[in-house]
Design a protein around this ligand. Sequence first.
Ligand SMILES: *Cc1c(COP(=O)(O)O)cnc(C)c1O
Length: 427
Amino acid sequence: MFGTKEHLRVEGSHLFIEDVDTVALAGEFGTPLYVTSESRLRHNIRAYHQAFPEADKYFAVKANGNLATLRILAQEGAGADVFSGGELALARLAGIPREKILFNGNSKSSRELEMAVEAGVRVSVDSPEELSVLGELASWMGKKVEVLFRVNPDVSVKTHPKIATGLRSSKFGIPAPSVAGVFRKALELEGVEPVGLHCHIGSQILDVSSFVEAASRMMDLAGEVLKVGGSIKMIDLGGGLGIQYDPAIKAPVPADLASAVLPVLAGRCGVMGISPRLILEPGRSIVGDTTILLTTVNVVKSAHVTFVGIDAGFNVLARPMLYDSYHHIVVANRAAQAPEAPFTVVGPICETGDVLARDRMLPSVHRGDVLAFFDAGAYGFSMASQYNGQPRPAEVLVHGSQAEVTRRAEDYSALLAGQAVPPRLLW
Ligand SMILES: *Cc1c(COP(=O)(O)O)cnc(C)c1O
């Protein structure tokens, strides 16, 4: 019914996720509501294990920081790519072992570097200055930190410009020509042990040839590192594999990535006589399609187009506004009905840009209908805000016919959290 999304189907006139009626979920827990399929999550990480049996998979926590999700991934043997002290804490709480955590970031604070050293995780160093600070900090703390170097490989990928990260002009990484020099410097520092190279070229990449190009650049750089006396124990190719948001646009799967990239790596490593461990950092392709966002229609208005006002805007799902992203929409309580007319679906936020879908063909929509947004598991809740006095929504995990709350909806008290009015303003 929904392509490869085997966790979603229509029964009667309702959309189901696993064995749970989404219309009933909306009634029981209220909307907006993020709903995640546990079986799909396990399926997705297993697809990576199958395609890359030898590689470590470090899930990019920024895509989805739900603890239950992280816990399931920990059970499935995943590691974590963390980009802040907060994400490091989440990964550790979920039980992800420190040997499988990489601390990333282009602008880490001293406090975060200290947390990384303290926790004993590996660090991906983004600049020569960070290398010196980290080296001093670690030797002062009497520790030795394994480091990778985040490389800016200068690879252009066909994706939205805001999520292309491997261009020369991007803020991430050490420019490719200086990598070997920085690596050599690290060999002389007491507090660090350089173990490899890291890149992450962008997100929602649908053409695997970009990864082949990146892998080949990384192997060029590995060769340069060997020449300056370094050794390459790890090659981290980052994340970025795209998923199928629009039913009309096909996306590669982990097996496609593996058959494109692995032969190149094996060939080049063979020639150089090295056998580094491969690391991948998938985010979106692990969690994206596991989750739907349920929302309720508040109003239908005929204007120059027909607007459908729902109870979730870019405060709940920021991607359409940030990246012009497509999210497939199904009217959950009329899921078997054919599309009839174009609707422009908008949120309740006081901004003109708060549009979730333009001119989308849907069955006729009415107040009280439940709209399900597909593929909301990556950069969905994790980007949600309280803008416009909107508490953040709940998250539910579905397992067969079971539905459990993994994050309570916030109420208005959340808007007050941490606030204090100076007493002198009280009268
Ligand atoms: C965001 C990010 C990822 C995950 O990217 P996806 O496109 O979600 O797979 C991996 N590595 C790093 C360093 C990132 O910043």
